[in-house]
Design a protein around this ligand. Structure first.
Ligand code: MG
Length: 378
């Protein structure tokens, strides 16, 4: 089997109104699709998603790396040699890679290769990886900042998730620690004591500010505090993990097994959160999950549930998956665009299901694909 072509498609869908976390304002959703074609007529599809800031999106940089750097290395190769190809692409991009856009480009290619392998083998990816259950627990993610009636909207959103059957919810923090603590208290009082409450600071604080905040919210039974400090502040993470009664989570901005080795081995976090579209694809996600498992650490995902459902279903130390409901701007376009895997389009009782179709089971609505495509390569 040989790779005969690597094609990309970029889509952009603006949100009705921008949304904000502690770090940035997001104006829309952009999606990069990578199609790897073969001489046997089987095509594997991988994806990457961007921050949706229209022309300034990083997705165009990732696209250029795929087409100009990775494609020449991939043409003519056997697509089933996934681990070999990962090393080839990693070494081939070393001088401009190792983190960031180059690893995100490799990630999307690696996802496409796993999809291709599954289609060739006639098996869903979660079963190729040794998974034994399609059923995946999810937590409802959201709780972004709103305007003047922020707390009211936040409480309505979080209690709505609980009414819909979710048993764990996540909200944003990372701005003023005193006001954020008041928001957390309002949510805890509204959702009751039996729902797990997760907080995400989106790398906004320093360790000192994070500790002040942790002191204030410790009484509210917090499941984890995510990305309290910048991803490169490893010493800050170590300090927080030593002193915080609340478990610290991070990893959505970490790259490859080498980056996670430091987070895990230094006990900088209690939970790792690799993202298949950033960490280096499914190959690297599973390596990080196994590394975390050896240290007794849970491995939870970041966004992109369309792909993550297949790896979470296969990892024994992945207790749940981040999930944005269709009602959320961040997810609405993705849910409309990906008509399959069908088992993740709606969560039931806080659970979704991995696809039984060969590969990742990704299927796109052709009309939406045509309407929102802004760039296609051949
Ligand atoms: Mg996060």
């Amino acid at each position: 089997m040989k790779i005969t072509n690597v094609k990309t498609t970029i889509l952009f869908a603006p949100f009705p109104e921008a949304i904000a976390d502690a770090a940035r304002t997001i104006g829309g959703r952009d999606v990069l699709l990578v199609d790897i074609e073969t001489d046997e007529g089987i095509t594997g599809t991988g994806i990457s998603t961007g921050l949706g800031v229209a022309s300034g999106s990083e997705i165009h940089i990732i696209d250029a790396i795929i087409l100009q750097a990775l494609k020449p290395m991939l043409l003519g190769q056997d697509p089933l040699l996934i681990d070999h190809l990962w090393s080839l692409l990693y070494k081939g991009t070393l001088r401009f890679g190792r983190r960031g856009a180059a690893i995100r480009a490799i990630s999307s290619v690696d996802i496409a290769l796993w999809d291709l392998l599954g289609k060739k083998a006639g098996l869903p990816v979660y079963r190729l990886l040794g998974g034994n259950s399609r059923k995946v627990r999810v937590y409802a993610s959201g709780g972004f900042y709103h305007g003047d009636d922020d707390v009211e909207k936040l409480v309505a959103e979080m209690t709505g998730y609980v009414r819909d059957g979710f048993t764990a919810v996540k909200m944003k923090v990372g701005r003023d620690p005193i006001q954020d603590a008041a928001r957390v208290r309002a949510v805890r009082e509204a959702i009751g004591s039996d729902v797990e409450l997760l907080l995400d600071a989106n790398e906004a604080w320093d360790a000192h500010t994070a500790l002040r905040f942790i002191d204030r919210v410790a009484p509210y039974d917090i499941y984890w505090l995510e990305e309290p400090v910048a991803p490169d502040d490893l010493d800050g993470y170590v300090k927080l993990s030593q002193r915080s009664p609340i478990p610290i989570a991070a990893g959505e901005n970490e790259y490859t097994k080498y980056g996670f080795k430091e987070l895990i081995a230094r006990n900088a976090v209690s939970v790792v959160q690799p993202d298949v579209t950033r960490v280096g694809g499914i190959t690297e996600w599973m390596k990080v999950a196994h590394l975390a498992e050896a240290f007794g650490m849970p491995c939870v995902t970041h966004a992109v549930s369309e792909v993550h459902v297949s790896v979470v279903a296969a990892a024994s130390n992945a207790p749940m998956m981040e999930y944005f409901t269709h009602a959320h701007y961040l997810q609405a376009f993705m849910t409309e665009l990906f008509i399959a895997p069908a088992g993740i389009r709606r969560a039931e009782g806080g659970y979704v299901y991995a696809s039984e179709a060969p590969g990742l089971g990704l299927e796109l609505d052709p009309q939406l694909l045509a309407r929102y495509t802004v760039k296609v390569s051949t």
